[in-house]
Every structure is written in C-alpha cells, then in structure tokens.
Design a protein around this ligand. Structure first.
Ligand SMILES: Nc1ncnc2c1ncn2[C@@H]1O[C@H](COP(=O)(O)OP(=O)(O)OP(=O)(O)O)[C@@H](O)[C@H]1O
Length: 231
C-alpha cells in the first residue's frame, strides 16, 4: 500500500524555545517502491522516520497508509502501537535481534506476534531467509553470525510480519560498500516482490543505484525529489 506523509512538522522543546526537526514535509512512497532519504547529520531524517513509524507524534500533519489516516498529532500510543504491529516493519541501524533465538526463530516469533498464520509459517520464514541469502545459517544465533548476516536476518524478520510499509534506518552503516549496495538492492527487490512501500534513511548515496527515488533533507525540509536514472 502507498505511504503518504502529509505536511509533517515535528518540533522538540529546546530550552525556552522549540527546535523544528521536521518542517512541513510531504512525501509519497508508492506501494512496491523504495525511496531513499538522504541528507546531512541533523537534517531531520530519523525524526521523519520516527513519525512515519508512529514512534513520535507529529506536531502537525498526517501519515496515511493506503489512503487511510493512521497517525496524527492526536493518535494515542495504543493506536500507534496497533498500527505499527499490523502494518509496519522496521529495520534499525543495529539489528536488535534476540540473543537466545536462532535466525529462523526470530522470523517465526515476529510472524506469530503479528498474528500471521500462513499455512506453513516455517516454510515462509525459510523462504525469506533464502531471499536475503542466509538460509544456510537459519539454525545460528546472532552471536554466531557476521554483522552483514545479522542485518540480513533483521530485514527478513521485518518482512516476516508482512508489513505494508517498511521503514529502514541506515541499513548499510555497518557494512562495506559492496555489501551495502547488496543490502539496498535486496531491499528494493523485496519491496517490489511484497508490495511494501519502503522508506530508507541512508548516509551513503553510493549504495543507492537500485532505489526508485531519492529525497534529500536539509534543515528540516525536503530539498529535492528525483527519480534516479536507471543503472
Ligand atoms: N528527542 C529529541 N529531543 C530534542 N531534539 C531532538 C531529538 N531528536 C532529534 N533532535 C534534534 O532534531 C534535529 C534533527 O535530528 P535527526 O536525528 O532527525 O536528524 P538526522 O538527519 O537523522 O541526523 P543523523 O543523520 O545524524 O542521524 C537535530 O537538530 C536534533 O538535535
């Protein structure tokens, strides 16, 4: 489903005044496509992602998924949590896997928590681990995996909940250029395959050849929106 951020403003209290982290930002991510959010440190990227995830209430503006308003300044924590559980997948900069579970179990737990009951939960989880290239490691715990493998498991785990929207914070920061490019390519392909509207924050423009669009933030505003040329 499409993700729409409409007129999003987010301010934080800053002493006697307020700091505007996101200033009247509009952004549309069509279903099945990937948009990369670029910009210097402090531009407001993580703040915008937090609003899109319902982790932070916007000061003004609305977030829609598939046309339906899901987050506004009035959304309660309980409502936001429900929407996040049912509709949104998240991948954080550091993969935040559960230390005691194998790669396969991380996915099974996620699907279970989200009430997903595919005919064969295990088969679907294995399919996703295969899609991200770590099926051979399905029985390993996080400590037995490399940083890149953990990142891939985290991506597969986010998709195990069958999210309509996938939000990804700096997926390549712990990876070298080649692996970073592979992970972005993987995310772009999975978004297309699953129909998830994917928004990914990145510092590394060089890894973004396969995304559908890039958006640059500067001083809390969107600076430009341009489809990347193919290749
Ligand atoms: N919880 C908070 N309370 C107060 N100010 C905050 C908070 N979170 C972020 N800010 C401020 O909001 C602005 C935007 O920060 P944000 O983290 O969204 O930027 P960013 O583009 O993601 O930066 P980076 O690339 O360094 O992560 C910054 O000036 C930051 O100091």
């Amino acid at each position: 489903m499409d993700l729409h951020l409409e007129n999003i403003t987010l301010t934080y209290p800053d002493g006697d005044t307020t700091l505007t982290a996101v200033n009247d930002v509009g952004l549309a991510v069509p279903a099945g496509t990937t948009t990369a959010l670029l910009g210097p440190s402090g531009a407001g990227k993580s703040s915008l992602l937090a609003v899109a995830a319902g982790l932070t209430r916007p000061s003004s503006g609305t977030v829609r998924i598939g046309g339906e308003i899901v987050f506004t300044p009035a959304t309660t924590v309980a409502e936001a949590t429900r929407v996040r559980l049912e509709r949104i997948g998240m991948v954080f900069q550091s993969p935040q896997l559960l230390g005691s579970l194998t790669a396969l179990e991380q996915l099974e737990l996620q699907a279970h928590l989200r009430g997903r009951r595919p005919a064969s939960l295990r088969a679907r989880a294995m399919e996703l681990l295969d899609a991200v290239g770590v099926a051979d490691h399905h029985a390993k715990r996080p400590a037995q995996l490399s940083g890149g493998q953990r990142q891939r498991v985290a991506i597969a785990r986010a998709l195990a909940g069958e999210p309509q929207v996938l939000l990804v914070d700096e997926p390549t920061s712990a990876l070298d250029h080649e692996r970073g490019t592979q992970v972005v390519e993987l995310l772009t392909g999975l978004a297309r395959e699953t129909g998830a509207a994917t928004l990914l924050v990145s510092h590394d423009a060089a890894t973004l050849a396969t995304v559908d669009a890039t958006v640059r933030m500067l001083d809390a505003r969107i600076e430009q929106e341009a489809p990347l040329t193919a290749g």
